[in-house]
Design a protein around this ligand. Structure first.
Ligand SMILES: [Ca+2]
Ligand SMILES: [Ca+2]
Ligand SMILES: [Ca+2]
Length: 230
C-alpha cells in the first residue's frame, strides 16, 4: 500500500514524538482506549459535563488534604508514595518519579491541588490494563474514577484518528459537528485549542487536556488567588 492509503491524515512538524517514557505510555494507553470508541456524541455533551466534573474535582480536595501530611498545601515525593501505597497503586520507583516530574509543572518540589488531580487521572488511565481481580474500582475512589472516565472518554471523542493526540484539525472538526458551521465556531475551536496546547507544539496530549480542564472548571484559579495578591 502507498503511504497515503494507510491514512495518517496529518503529520505535525515537531514535538510529535513522546518526550518521556511516561508520555509514551500515556499516548499508547490513549490510542488503545480511543480504539474502543466513545459515548460522547458532541463537543456540547462535554461542555454540559463541566459542572459535574467541577463538583467531583472539589470533592477530591479532601483526598488531597488527607495525603498532604504536613499541611503545606503541596504533596511532596514521600507523601505521593504514601498516597500510592494507600490506594494500592503499584508503580516502580522510576515511574513514581516520572509521574511527579510530569505533573509538578512549576517544579516547586511539590504538587498543588490541580496537579494532583491531573496525576490521579493519568494514573487512572495507565491502570486500565491492570485490573484488580474482584475489585470493581481501580483505585478505590469510585466517584472520582467516574469523572476520570468521562475525561478519558472526552479525549477519545476529540482524537478522531486515534493517535493519542488531539490536533487542531480534530478540534475544529469536533466543534463543527455540533454548531452547524457558524462562523464563530472556528474561532472558539482555535481558542480552546490554544488554551490546551501548553507547549505550543501543535498537538494536545492527554496531560495538556487535563490541565486545561482544571483551568476551565476553575480549580487552579481558586488555588492561586492568595498567592497572586501576596
Ligand atoms: Ca505536604
Ligand atoms: Ca489525533
Ligand atoms: Ca502540545
Amino acid at each position: 500500500m502507498m503511504g497515503g492509503a494507510l491514512g495518517v491524515p496529518e503529520s505535525p512538524k515537531r514535538g510529535y514524538l513522546p518526550e518521556t517514557k511516561l508520555e509514551a505510555k500515556m499516548v499508547e494507553a490513549m490510542q488503545e482506549r480511543a480504539s474502543k470508541g466513545t459515548v460522547m456524541k458532541s463537543f456540547n455533551t462535554i461542555i454540559l459535563k463541566f459542572p459535574k466534573i467541577d463538583q467531583s474535582f472539589r470533592k477530591c480536595k479532601a483526598i488531597f488534604e488527607e495525603f498532604d501530611e504536613d499541611k503545606n498545601e503541596v504533596i511532596d515525593h514521600n507523601e505521593l508514595k504514601h498516597c500510592f501505597r494507600k490506594l494500592e497503586i503499584s508503580f516502580t520507583e522510576e515511574e513514581v518519579d516520572d509521574f511527579f516530574k510530569a505533573c509538578d509543572i512549576n517544579e516547586n518540589m511539590g504538587m498543588k491541588f490541580n496537579e494532583f488531580i491531573v496525576l490521579l487521572c493519568l494514573v487512572y488511565l495507565l491502570q486500565e490494563d491492570q485490573p484488580k481481580t474482584g475489585v470493581k474500582s481501580r483505585m478505590g475512589l469510585p466517584n472520582l474514577e467516574a469523572t476520570f472516565e468521562t475525561l478519558v472518554d472526552a479525549f477519545a471523542f476529540l482524537d478522531k484518528n486515534k493517535d493519542g493526540y488531539v490536533s487542531k484539525t480534530e478540534m475544529i472538526q469536533a466543534i463543527n459537528e455540533t454548531t452547524s458551521g457558524e462562523r464563530s465556531s472556528g474561532r472558539i475551536a482555535m481558542k480552546r485549542f490554544e488554551e490546551m496546547d501548553w507547549d505550543k507544539n501543535g498537538m494536545v496530549n492527554f496531560k495538556e487536556f487535563l490541565f486545561a480542564f482544571t483551568r476551565w472548571v476553575g480549580i487552579d484559579e481558586a488555588e492561586d488567588e492568595d498567592e497572586e495578591k501576596a
